[in-house]
Design a protein. Structure first.
Length: 77
């Protein structure tokens, strides 16, 4: 059974659009520029996936850093 989570879908869509916009500003290839299944298309898809993972890792790193800062402040009080 599949449960659709509109909030999660919208968050994922926003992330994808953000990464796509940043990639365009960096003049990186977009998979839509190539025929599906070609080596160039595959390379562009892999690069996009890598950039998405980088964005997620950066967000996770920031969340951990913020949590650590809040924990240190709470311990001082």
């Amino acid at each position: 059974m599949f449960i659709y989570d509109k909030s999660l879908h919208m968050t994922a869509r926003a992330l994808a659009l953000s990464v796509k916009t940043i990639r365009k500003a960096q003049q990186k290839n977009d998979a839509r520029e190539f025929l599906v299944g070609t080596p160039d298309w595959q390379a562009a898809m892999e690069a996009f996936g890598h950039d998405v993972m980088t964005a997620l890792a950066g967000n996770a790193t920031n969340m951990v850093a913020e949590h650590d800062l809040i924990s240190r402040i709470a311990q001082q009080e």
